[in-house]
Each structure stands twice: as structure tokens, then as C-alpha cells.
Ligand binder design. Structure first.
Ligand SMILES: [Zn+2]
Length: 69
């Protein structure tokens, strides 16, 4: 199983700009779109969202793998 096909990136739901934050962001850092100012909650929220996205993807990969047997 490869994990390099799981995209973990965030784009603004309003304008599509890639979200960015500084390297020293911590869990309580508020993340907002640099382009339109849309707020996305904290760095911690984004990390949790990423974890869930990866988990969902992993589950579907595993299901596919077992389907093919
Ligand atoms: Zn935006």
C-alpha cells in the first residue's frame, strides 16, 4: 500500500487559494485565507481534518485491496 497518493492540502472553500501558515504555527493559531480572509478555524482543527481525510482514504484503500482478492 502506498501513501503517496493521499493528498493532504487545503484550499480555500471560497476562492480556491492554497492555505498557508507559518512554520511556527501552533495548535491555537488561527488559519485564514490570505486572499479573501475566510477563516478555517485553528491549526489544530486543520490537523484533525487532515487526519480524518487520510483515515477515510486509508479505509477505502484497504476495502479496495480486499475486494480484489
Ligand atoms: Zn479565500
Amino acid at each position: 500500500m502506498t501513501t503517496d497518493k493521499i493528498p493532504v492540502s487545503f484550499t480555500c472553500r471560497k476562492c480556491g487559494t492554497n492555505l498557508q501558515w507559518s512554520d511556527d504555527a501552533n495548535d491555537s493559531t488561527e488559519i485564514e485565507c490570505k486572499n479573501c480572509g475566510e477563516r478555517f478555524g485553528t491549526y489544530r482543527d486543520l490537523k484533525n481534518a487532515a487526519l480524518e481525510a487520510v483515515r477515510d482514504k486509508a479505509v477505502s484503500l484497504i476495502k479496495d485491496a480486499f475486494k480484489r482478492r
